[in-house]
Design a binder for this molecule. Structure first.
Ligand code: SF4
Length: 347
């Protein structure tokens, strides 16, 4: 946005108030990401935003009509704003550029492309630090130190003025993690699969990656923001895409698209079981249709591929203590299964 010479307002980080606002004004049974989204928009409008840029979508789940419903709710609440909906073009870059045109009117095409490239580089730098957190948190003797370095790394990347600086900050953060005192025992490896927003947004998943890391679990996931951008907006041309492999892995169990990441959830579970993961945790917002479809298939995958699976649903009534207890019980079971003498994983 800076590069496009647009004044922008970042809504405050998601808080209890954000969710309360979203819950108050959303239809009761809509999925939690829309409630959080609506809360974000209200907080941004309160801070003076006059334009909302929102992703669009199509397909069998509800994301495709979020923007339209949110717009109506906000108008009924009396807010005065414009909404620009970027419909995910699924790899037709020309369409995306046409949609972005109205945002880039203050700059030349070259400057606009440079800004997009810078955003892409920052995103990748952030993900390097996230991967550092996922690897070192369960291994560090003092996990607090990993979280501190992670937080500082993110702040330094936010402040970075160019791509080189962003990557330098990410490298420094990971190097600092490498120097920490580490445990001798290898951690359990658990795959985190499910609905993309819940996997990516710590406030929506109650910081599950940190909770698992502190329980001595290395989280493995295939969902990163850069992968979604690469697969759906950039035609899979910028970096190797794993999506087609995941869809192929899902095929014996789920052979068609069910919206969202349902098919990827099944495919990732199969792939991770074959790569030697110790267990799978599927997460999603309560009533998420694609993940409900995947959930009904996971028991079969679990049995055939020999991997324990657990599903956790999140909504506004979820509590941290309940999540923590269920995670502890699952990790305990997975750990006993792995370390019980004589246990042999079925082929
Ligand atoms: S994928 Fe799930 S959470 Fe996302 S919009 Fe669709 S139903 Fe809602």
């Amino acid at each position: 946005m800076n590069g496009l010479q647009l004044e922008f307002i970042t809504p405050p980080p998601i808080s209890k108030r954000t969710l309360e606002l979203g819950v108050k004004y959303s239809p009761e049974f809509v999925c939690m990401p829309m409630k959080i989204n609506l809360g974000n928009f209200i907080e941004a409008l309160e801070m003076g935003a006059d334009t909302i840029v929102m992703g669009g979508g199509w397909g069998p789940c509800r994301f495709g009509y979020y923007a339209q419903i949110e717009k109506e709710i906000l108008q009924e609440l009396g807010y005065d704003f414009q909404m620009l909906v970027l419909e995910a073009p699924d790899s037709k870059l020309k369409i995306l550029l046409r949609q972005l045109q109205s945002l880039g009117q203050n700059v030349s095409l070259w400057q606009a492309l440079k800004s997009i490239k810078f955003a892409w580089d920052k995103l990748n730098a952030v993900e390097q630090v996230e991967k550092g957190l996922e690897y070192f948190l369960p291994r560090a003797v003092h996990p607090d130190q990993v979280e501190r370095i992670y937080q500082q790394g993110l702040e330094e990347i936010i402040a970075a003025r160019n791509a080189d600086q962003s990557f330098k900050m990410a490298r420094q953060a990971v190097q600092s993690m490498q120097k920490l005192e580490l445990k001798s025992q290898a951690p359990l490896k658990i795959g985190l699969v499910g609905e993309i927003y819940t996997v990516l947004e710590p406030a929506a998943n109650y910081e599950i990656i940190k909770m698992l890391g502190r329980l001595g679990v290395e989280v493995k996931r295939t969902i990163y923001m850069s992968d979604w951008v690469n697969d759906h907006l950039l035609g899979g041309h910028v970096k190797p895409s794993v999506r087609s492999q995941l869809i192929a892995s899902a095929r014996p169990y789920l052979n068609y698209w069910v919206g969202g990441h349902g098919q990827e959830t099944v495919g990732t579970t199969v792939a991770m079981a074959r790569q030697g993961c110790d267990g799978i945790i599927q997460i999603g917002p309560l009533t998420c249709m694609p993940e409900i479809v995947a959930q009904t298939i996971l028991p079969l995958v679990s049995e055939k591929e020999g991997i324990p699976c657990m599903t956790l649903w999140f909504d506004e009534l979820t509590g941290t203590a309940g999540i923590q207890t269920r995670l502890e019980a699952f990790i305990d079971m997975v750990s006993r299964r792995k370390y019980t003498a004589g246990y042999v994983k079925e082929a």
